[in-house]
Design a protein around this ligand. Structure first.
Ligand code: SAH
Length: 390
C-alpha cells in the first residue's frame, strides 16, 4: 500500500474525520497517481485512514475507511450502497415522487461519486479520473444492491473526451418522464452534463408551490427547463420564465405540456436576466413572486457574473419589478458562498434599498442529498424565501 505522510500537527483534522485530503497537508507521498489507494499516516507512521487519489476542488483525494484491514473492493461498495439504500426508505415508498439521489458522495462515504435514481434509470456521476478507476467495482456493487432498468454515466472531470453514456440495461428513448411531488418533468441522461432537472431543489419547489404561488404572478429567472415555473403554474395566475439559452424555450414548453398546462397560457423569454429587468421595468410589468436560481458563474456578451460578487445586482433588479408586498426566492448552489455571507448580502442589499423585509424560510438540501458532518462545502444549497414590504 502506498503511503502519504502528513505534515506535523495536521493529524487532528483527519482523526476528526475530515474527508477531503488536502495536498498542502501532505509532507511526502509515494508518487501517488489518480486512482491509487493509500494510507494516510502521521509523521511517526501511525495509520489514520485509507484514501484514494481523485483530484477535486483543492483535494488530492477522499478518505474511504478508518480501518487499515478493510479492502476497497466490490464488497466495500456493496456495504455502503446497502446502507445508503436503507437511509432512502422514505423516498422509495412515497407517492408522487420517483426520482431521488441514491448515493451522495462523501455524505454516503465515497467522495467523488454520486448515483441518482430517475424512476428506475440510474445515473452515475464520476467526479475524478481516480474515482472512475473504481468503475468495475462500483458497477458490480450497483447490480448487487439496487433495482434498475438502466444505468447511465456522466463524467464530471475535465480531461475526459468521453462525456458519458449508456452503461447497462435498457436503452430508453429520451426524454424519460419522472414524477416529483406529483409534478412531471422530462429527463435526459444521455445529453451533456445537465439532465433537465436539479433534484436537490425538490423541497424548495414544493414550498414555492404550496406557499408562494396561489393566485400570483411568478417570475422565474435562470429558468433552464422551467422546473420552478411548472410547479408554480399549478396554482399561479401565470408564470414568466427567463433564460438566455435558446434550448430553454422548447424544454420549458414540453414540461408544461407534460403537466397538462397549456404553454401558451404562460410566458417564456429567451433573454439575459438583466436585459429582462430593463424590458419588464420599461413595460411596467410586475410580479408577486420572483425566483432567482442562477448558476455560480455566467458570462454573456457584455459581462461576467458571479454570485458572490453580483447577487446584489440580481436582488436590486428584482425589486424594480416586484409587486407591492411581493416575495423573493433567492437561491445559490455555490459551495464557496456560505449561508452566512449569502444572508449578509441579502440583508445589506435590502437595507440599502430601503425596503422592509421578513425572511420566511431558509432551506438547504433534502435528506437524500446526505451531507458529511465534518465537511461544510457539502451543504452547498441555500434557498431563502423573503417577503418584502414596500
Ligand atoms: N433555475 C434552474 C437551473 C438554472 S441552470 C432550475 O431550477 O432548474 C442555469 C441556467 O442559467 C442555464 O439554463 C443558463 O442558460 C442560464 N443563464 C446563464 N446566464 C444567464 C443570463 N445572463 N440570463 C439568463 N439566464 C442565464
Amino acid at each position: 500500500m502506498k503511503i502519504a505522510t502528513l505534515n506535523k500537527g495536521k493529524e487532528t483534522k483527519y482523526l476528526n474525520q475530515y474527508p477531503l485530503v488536502n495536498e498542502d497537508d501532505i509532507y511526502q507521498h509515494d508518487h501517488l497517481k489518480e486512482g491509487d489507494l493509500f494510507h494516510l499516516v502521521t509523521e511517526d507512521n501511525r495509520y489514520i485512514a485509507t484514501a484514494y487519489v481523485g483530484r477535486q476542488h483543492k483535494g488530492l483525494g477522499w478518505v474511504l475507511s478508518y480501518d487499515q484491514n478493510e479492502d476497497i473492493n466490490t464488497p466495500f461498495f456493496v456495504k455502503l450502497f446497502k446502507q445508503a439504500l436503507e437511509e432512502r426508505e422514505y423516498y422509495r415508498n412515497i407517492e408522487g415522487t420517483n426520482a431521488y439521489r441514491l448515493f451522495n458522495a462523501e455524505g454516503d462515504g465515497v467522495g467523488g461519486l454520486t448515483i441518482d435514481n430517475y424512476n428506475g434509470h440510474l445515473l452515475i456521476q464520476w467526479y475524478s479520473r481516480g474515482m472512475y478507476k473504481f468503475r468495475y467495482n462500483v458497477i458490480e456493487a450497483i447490480q448487487q444492491v439496487f433495482d434498475f432498468s438502466s444505468i447511465y454515466e456522466k463524467m464530471r472531470f475535465k480531461d475526459s473526451e468521453y462525456t458519458g453514456g449508456h452503461v447497462l440495461g435498457d436503452t430508453p428513448e429520451f426524454p424519460i418522464v419522472i414524477e416529483e411531488n406529483f409534478t412531471f418533468y422530462n429527463v435526459y441522461l444521455d445529453d451533456g452534463l445537465m439532465t433537465g432537472i436539479f433534484l436537490d431543489q425538490k423541497e424548495v419547489r414544493k414550498k414555492l408551490r404550496d406557499q408562494f404561488s396561489e393566485g400570483r404572478k411568478i417570475l422565474n429567472l435562470f429558468s433552464y427547463t422551467g422546473a420552478f415555473s411548472v410547479v408554480a403554474a399549478k396554482h399561479a395566475k401565470h408564470t414568466t420564465s427567463v433564460d438566455l439559452a435558446n434550448r430553454s424555450r422548447a424544454l420549458t414548453e414540453e414540461n408544461f405540456g407534460l403537466n397538462a398546462i397549456d404553454p401558451k397560457s404562460q410566458y417564456i423569454y429567451v433573454m439575459d436576466t438583466f436585459d429582462f429587468y430593463n424590458y419588464a421595468a420599461r413595460h411596467g410589468k410586475e410580479y408577486d413572486t420572483i425566483v432567482i436560481d442562477p448558476p455560480s458563474f455566467a458570462r454573456n456578451k457584455k459581462k461576467t457574473f458571479s454570485v458572490q460578487k453580483n447577487y446584489d445586482d440580481l436582488i436590486n433588479g428584482a425589486l424594480e419589478v416586484l409587486a407591492p408586498n411581493g416575495s423573493l426566492l433567492l437561491c445559490t448552489n455555490s459551495s464557496v458562498f456560505p449561508l452566512k455571507s449569502f444572508k449578509n448580502v441579502i440583508k445589506s442589499t435590502l437595507e440599502n434599498a430601503g425596503v422592509e423585509y421578513e425572511i420566511k424560510e431558509v432551506m438547504g438540501l433534502p435528506k437524500d442529498f446526505k451531507t458529511h458532518p465534518h465537511y461544510k462545502p457539502s451543504k452547498y444549497l441555500k434557498a431563502v424565501f423573503i417577503n418584502i414590504k414596500h
